[in-house]
Design a protein around this ligand. Structure first.
Ligand SMILES: [Zn+2]
Length: 108
C-alpha cells in the first residue's frame, strides 16, 4: 500500500495518478514503461492529508510498475476529459499482490 513519506497516511493510487494527469503527455507515458517510471519518480505529488509535497521516487516503485501494467490492461480506465481515474487501482493492486502470492502464474 502506498503511504505518504512525510505523515505516513495511506494514499490512494487512483488519486496519485489523477495528480499526474496534469502532465500533457500522460497518455504517451502509458505506452513506454521506462518513460512512465522516470516521469513518476520525478513527479511532485501532494499528500491530501498533510498537504506536503514529495517526489514519486519516495513511493514503492514495485507498486508504480504494477499500476503501469493495470492502466495498460484496462484501457479506458482513465477519463482524460474529466481528469479522473475510473479504475479502483488501490483495490486492484491489493488483489493483484494477493493473487501473485498464491500463484506466480497469474503474473503477466
Ligand atoms: Zn502526508
Amino acid at each position: 500500500m502506498a503511504r505518504c513519506p512525510i505523515c505516513g497516511e495511506a494514499l490512494k493510487w487512483e488519486e496519485l495518478i489523477e495528480q499526474m494527469l496534469t502532465l500533457e503527455n500522460f497518455s504517451e507515458l502509458l505506452t513506454d514503461k521506462g518513460a512512465f517510471i522516470s516521469a513518476f519518480e520525478e513527479f511532485i505529488f501532494m499528500c491530501p492529508h498533510c498537504k506536503e509535497e514529495f517526489y514519486g521516487r519516495h513511493l514503492e516503485m514495485k507498486e508504480a510498475e504494477k499500476v503501469f501494467e493495470l492502466l495498460n490492461d484496462f484501457k479506458g480506465g482513465i477519463d482524460y476529459e474529466n481528469k479522473k481515474v475510473k479504475l479502483k487501482l488501490t483495490n486492484l493492486l491489493a488483489l493483484d499482490m494477493m493473487l501473485e502470492e498464491w500463484d506466480k502464474r497469474v503474473k503477466r
